[in-house]
Design a protein around this ligand. Structure first.
Ligand code: ATP
Length: 311
């Protein structure tokens, strides 16, 4: 059945992301770490269908562990809809249907994509007509990754990751994602990074509260050069994610042996993103990893942010 077949509903699609670069600094007093990151939206999408209703309700389908996703106020999409209603004085409700493709707790910002999609869908459904600036403000209040899911493309995030600036990126980059059945908790991975740093004394004297993305990362994106990007990509959360989940070491080695230029843990993991030279190489790498029993898929970036598909 076509999604447009639902009367009184709006269908919005929003992308998952990978962090091409993720530098983590010291912790602010509010508990958030200082970040410098480069997000890239990739062609793995969340679909959110918002349907008129007097009450607020939510259902989830799609990925294997969809049943583990909360359907109450803990769900970021539900919080987004209620925040929009409060901000605009809208008195009704909505039913949100989440069709997930982004792995849950995979380090790819699936919940943030759902929240961004819910904001855009409810704004259209309810006719509240918020300005892009106002939508961005609500998104930032929902979570550090939500503004990026609204905008998509390739962007530098600083501050807590929520201060976004578009990054120039030429052409397209081909990625192979290897997902895992069991997710990793983002707060636990940050806590492990703090513990590891305290033990080794790294950053103990002067944890930076303001960081920049290294120039070679930005140059590689601007040049559309996958070899240069493969050499420059980096993630401070990779160490803690790999110690928490040692199989990630094997997966990275397998992907590189299969012909990927490099592999990196995405966000807080456990998804691994392999950068490949071109689409044909990515198809080969994905096929070889699948033959080895991994869940691997070929995606590309950058792609658009949250967008209405049908209303
Ligand atoms: P990030 O990389 O942004 O930290 P993630 O991609 O690793 O996040 P998500 O799938 O966004 O992880 O969500 C992690 C947890 O948040 C889940 O385990 C779930 O309990 C809760 N959650 C709340 N809302 C959602 C949602 N819409 N989809 C998935 N998980 C959600």
């Amino acid at each position: 059945m076509s999604l447009a077949a639902f009367p009184g509903s709006v269908h919005v699609r929003a992308p998952g992301k990978i962090n091409v670069y993720l530098g983590v600094g010291g912790r602010h007093e509010d508990g958030y770490h200082a970040l410098a990151t480069v997000f890239q939206a990739v062609s793995l999408f969340e679909d959110v269908i918002a349907t008129e209703s007097d009450e607020f309700s939510l259902s989830v389908s799609g990925v294997e562990d969809a049943a583990s996703v909360p359907t109450d106020d803990r769900n970021l999409a539900m919080r987004a809809a209620k925040m929009l209603a409060t901000a605009t004085g809208y008195a009704g409700g909505v039913h949100l249907e989440l069709r997930k493709s982004v792995p849950v707790a995979g380090g790819m910002g699936g919940g943030s994509a759902d929240a961004a999609a819910a904001l855009v869908a409810c704004d259209a459904l309810w006719g509240t007509g918020l300005s892009p600036q106002h939508l961005h403000e609500l998104a930032a209040r929902l979570g550090a990754d939500v503004p990026f899911a609204l905008h998509g493309g390739t962007a530098v995030g600083t501050g807590r990751g929520d201060q976004l600036n578009p990054a120039l990126a030429r052409g397209r980059f081909d990625w192979v994602l290897v997902t895992s059945d069991a997710g990793l908790s983002t707060p636990e991975i940050y806590a492990r990074l703090d513990e590891d740093r305290a033990e080794t004394g790294a950053l103990a004297d002067d944890p930076p509260l303001s960081l920049d993305v290294p120039i070679p990362v930005l140059q590689a994106l601007r040049a559309g050069d996958p070899h240069a990007l493969a050499a420059a990509m980096f993630n401070d959360l990779e160490g803690p994610a790999r110690s928490e989940r040692p199989v990630l070491d094997d997966i990275i080695a397998e992907g590189i042996a299969a012909g990927a230029l490099n592999g990196i843990v995405s966000g807080s993991g456990p998804t691994i993103a392999f950068l490949c030279e071109n689409p044909a190489s990515a198809r080969d790498v994905a096929a070889e990893l699948q033959d080895a029993g991994r869940t691997a898929m070929h995606v590309h970036g950058p792609v658009h942010g949250a967008r209405i598909i049908s209303a």
